[in-house]
Design a protein around this ligand. Sequence first.
Ligand code: NAD
Length: 261
Amino acid sequence: MTDTSPLAGKTAVITGSNSGIGLGVAHSFARAGLNVVLNSYTDRDEDHALAEKLSGDYGVKVRYIGADLSKGEEARRLIEDAGTCDILVNNAGIQHVAGIDEFPADKWDAIIAINMTSAFHTTAVALPMMRKAGWGRVINIASAHGLTASPYKSAYVTAKHGVVGMTKVVALETAQEPITANAICPGYVLTPLVDSQIPDTMKKYGMDRETAIKEVLLDRQPSKEFATTDQLGGTALFLCSDHAAQITGTTISVDGGWTAL
Ligand code: NAD
């Protein structure tokens, strides 16, 4: 992307972006000439070093702002401290797996707060910035679990369905403005979070790595391939483009056919 691109120089705030999908989106955005604000709940030297490395690699401004998005006031502070937010990517998320009758209440509260409510707070502060700038994009990283359910993931499925609903409301409230709001719904993506589940799965089912991936982890993903963080970054970048100006209030699945089943 050249400096004449309408996206060059705009600022994207990506929540939960020191790893996985958020970091993949950050790479795609920085490569396209966007300035990026990275975030997670930590505030370590390595977080700031990551921002510096991205900045050096792509020649754009990259900052890291630590904010624990389980707290509403921290989510709001993240956007206030960013100062500018042309593109907001609500990506931070956690998971816990247990039957609903034994699901720990503190895990429920944390998943709802981080995966869903944080997007309400960040969007509430970012929208006036987008209106002032006369352009904006809200991109919520939901999940195939925003459209379908699985057992033992009650909080996650509830939060992701909530995010899809909130996306539609934001789209309607901004429908006559140059702002769009959409949700990306990934199937399984090979991030450190998912990679770390593979050894346990191999052990539990007595399978080699490839069989455990295809038959257990990707059981519901008809392509039998993981989506990649780069593909997620490319999808988010497309939603920022002028080609996507009339795409609002919808979901885009990047799930190898999961939700077609
Ligand atoms: P990840 O663990 O690599 O990334 C999650 C990010 O959220 C990390 O940067 C983490 O530090 C951050 N985070 C966690 N708690 C936070 C908090 N309290 N405050 C601020 N940041 C916090 O996982 P990922 O797989 O990249 O997941 C990213 C998003 O994509 C999540 O919303 C997840 O639900 C969604 N998703 C992932 C997959 C997948 O297969 N990996 C599939 C569908 C949806």
